[in-house]
Design a binder for this molecule. Sequence first.
Ligand code: NAD
Ligand code: DAU
Length: 379
Amino acid sequence: METYLVTGAAGFIGSNFIKYMLAKYQDIKIVVLDLLTYAGNLGTIAEDIDGKRCVFVKGDIGDRVLVDRLFDEYPFNYVVNFAAESHVDRSIENPQLFLVTNILGTQNLLDAARKAWITGKDDSGYPIWREGIRFHQVSTDEVYGSLGSEGYFTETTPLDPRSPYSASKTSADLFVKAYADTYKMPVSITRCSNNYGPYHFPEKLIPLIIKNIIEGKSLPVYGNGKNVRDWLYVEDHCKAIDLVLHKGCAGEIYNVGGHNEKQNIEIVKLTIQTIRRLMTEHPEYRKVLKKQVIGTDGQISVDWINDSLITFVKDRLGHDQRYAIDPTKITRELGWTPETTFEVGIVKTIRWYLEHQQWVEDITGGEYMKYYEKMYDNR
Ligand code: NAD
Ligand code: DAU
């Protein structure tokens, strides 16, 4: 049986990952380690934690005593490190937290794994590693910096992080590389573009826009709205990580992205149109609207769901212009291709949010409102 330590699995991508893995493989055990920060929600994975195939431990990836105890208790084959502070805007407000979690936390996991997985030393003093192990770091395309209107990030693009978030993720990647180069630790890294899908925290663009439309609020677009992101449905990212763990080579980096570049303003307009269309085709969805306008026909109106909700606000400091991934390597070597087109994925995502308003309410309590007011009131 393969045993996984999956960190940060109460968050967006980690929760989707464990759901995908538990559905795909019967004979696995997953231990989730998550600190349950503002971005983590135990409710998201409550149905997955059965105490047998999936166990939950609340704690910090930077807590050495705790992580050592987990390695003593479980014969992990894989560490999959999703745990991180993940929001660029928050990193601009509080860079140090990103350093502590993303860099020191990752190094702590690497070192606990090193201690637990080494079985001896060879004649040159290099560690001999247990068979069938891998430390996998979930990284981001933001480590490559920002592109102009042309070109793509490949695995050999020079690292050029620009925000405190991306600087911390780059440093973590470099520690993973250092453990591979120095100790020959079996590691892999995936660098993925922007994900979207269920369980995405509504501080990020797509779920924030959906939430604001439901609440009848304005839709904040930073700067001129022409920054470009390369969007990938979250399940396609999970499939890529599974492939890299099982078929990818140790010591390798794989870029993950779906050639789905869109300007932010396009994303916002498409989200508006899709919500309006879904509410027109399925009037029962209109009940979730917190702003209820009754039309002349006596029905809840959706006429106000249009581009007039868009507000251009002050730009993000150091806002990266464009991200675009070249996924040739993972496609050629491992046969990965994205399966969910954006047209299908965005409808699935919006329907999920319309049908899971309780999840949104649970995760966005008082702290979220304080964050929203602080971040957006002075823009
Ligand atoms: P998220 O913010 O939704 O979730 C992060 C999770 O980590 C939360 O459950 C949180 O409680 C947990 N966590 C935070 N600090 C912790 C600590 N010290 N110890 C243990 N747990 C801790 O993030 P996400 O969007 O799911 O991103 C997951 C990973 O994927 C991150 O490493 C991020 O850099 C990377 N990534 C994200 C995207 C994206 O589009 N969201 C794209 C590429 C890579
Ligand atoms: O590229 C991968 C990265 O994608 C991940 O590593 C990060 O963890 C993840 O948060 C995401 O970073 P971005 O900064 O690209 O995502 P965000 O959703 O915050 O913003 C997407 C774009 O939309 C960006 O250009 C900023 C803009 N934006 C964002 C918000 C929250 C707005 O215009 N208005 C908003 O209110």
